[in-house]
Design a protein around this ligand. Structure first.
Ligand code: 5AD
Ligand code: FES
Length: 364
């Protein structure tokens, strides 16, 4: 029996074993993907959930070294969607039978912003008969804000830790108080303690990162007992400081390969969580997201942001689907999911089984 097979059957996911699994090739690599596929089938089935993605605004108070919408990028035209544009996108998603949506934005926590989101949530709820699952991805927030948004109808929250290693995190962010590792970790824990279905994630193939960091990321997800994960390859954006990094880097294809392996390993370790097939995977390979579905992902986020704004939300270069209207995205995705052997969970929230078990609820 290969060492990979032995680890998978003993389910001993120690740091050393994870580092080993992140590096194997050939037959042993295939053994990982076969195990992930088996567990996915058994635990979550072949249903793929759509989360309509609304990129509400690219105005960001933060200055992460890797991100194209960072505050210091003066070349970017800043926008936010009107109230009506957001509600229309939500109604579109609802009518199309997408069970849920994600509202994402640059990070800020001023009063105008938090009040505006509350009002949007209330209105979306009203215009979709309270049927949509709503995920927020709006950065670090206070308990008061998180509870207010929950009260107004939000169910889930995504806050990527970006890199669970403090040392790596600090290399990717300015040293200011606004970018503190401790605060980000606290914010993530707060999301969970406020009762949200909680998601986090990391970027893969970053400067200074090696497989020991990624093994620690997987252990971090398990330790935090998260419900959802979104992980994807790091892709340079020319108008960011990290694009000037000249040290060793993995080629893009290998960053994708490692991202797929992270998806597979997370599916194996945390059998019943939701895992997203992320857009950054598709930026590297036209069928990157389909590959992620095969590797164990079960969530896809079709973009509902009106096309006129999409150029403004380029977190990294070559972001795909910036010219496609929501309708095109939908039919394109349907075809792709069927090709990857999946069915679509129309009209369902697609609540992670992990969350239902952890909180002992019955859900949609
Ligand atoms: N490459 C890949 N992903 C990125 N993100 C931000 N910048 C990049 C980049 N250059 C990811 C971050 C963030 C999410 C919204 O997009 O992980 O949390
Ligand atoms: Fe906006 Fe990092 S640059 S959150």
């Amino acid at each position: 029996m290969s060492r990979t097979k032995a680890i998978l059957s003993s389910r001993d996911f120690s740091r050393g074993n994870l580092i080993y699994l992140l590096g194997v090739e050939g037959l042993e690599r295939r053994e990982i993907f076969e195990e992930a596929s088996r567990i996915k089938e058994e635990e979550v089935g072949n249903k793929v959930y759509f989360r309509g993605l609304i990129e509400f605004s690219n105005i960001c108070a933060k200055d992460c070294y890797y991100c194209g919408i960072r505050r210091s990028n003066g070349k970017l035209k800043r926008y936010y969607l009107t109230h009506e544009e957001v509600v229309n996108a939500a109604r579109y998603a609802w009518k199309e039978g997408y069970g849920s949506l994600v509202i994402q934005s640059g990070e800020r926590s001023d009063k105008w912003f938090t009040d505006h989101i509350t009002a949007l949530l209330t209105d979306i709820h009203k215009h979709t008969q309270g049927e949509m699952g709503i995920t927020l991805s709006l950065g670090e927030q206070t308990e008061e804000t998180l509870l207010r948004w929950k009260e107004a109808g939000a169910h889930r929250y995504l806050l990527r830790i970006e890199a669970s290693s403090r040392e790596l995190y600090e290399k990717l962010h300015p040293g200011s108080a606004a970018h503190s590792y401790d605060q980000r970790l606290e914010a993530l824990k707060r999301i969970k303690s406020c009762g949200y279905q909680t998601g986090t994630g990391v970027m893969i193939g970053l400067p200074y990162q090696d497989t020991s960091h990624l093994a620690d990321d997987l252990l971090f997800f398990r330790e935090l007992d998260i419900d959802m994960a979104g992980m994807g390859p790091y892709i340079e954006h020319a108008q960011t400081p990290l694009a000037g990094y000249t040290g060793p880097m993995l080629p893009l294809k290998e960053r994708l390969g490692l991202s797929l392996r992270m998806v597979a390993l997370l599916r194996i370790m945390m059998k019943d969580v939701n895992i997203a097939a992320t857009t950054a995977m598709q930026a590297i390979d036209p069928i990157g997201r389909e590959k992620a579905l095969k590797a164990g992902a079960n969530v896809i986020m079709p973009n509902l942001t009106p096309v006129a704004y999409r150029e403004g939300y380029l977190l990294y270069e070559d972001k795909p689907c910036i010219d496609e209207e929501a309708e095109d995205c939908k039919s394109c995705l349907e075809g792709r999911i069927h090709l990857a052997g999946g069915t679509i969970g129309y009209g369902e929230h697609g609540t992670p089984k992990h969350f239902l078990k952890r909180t002992k609820q019955e859900g949609k």
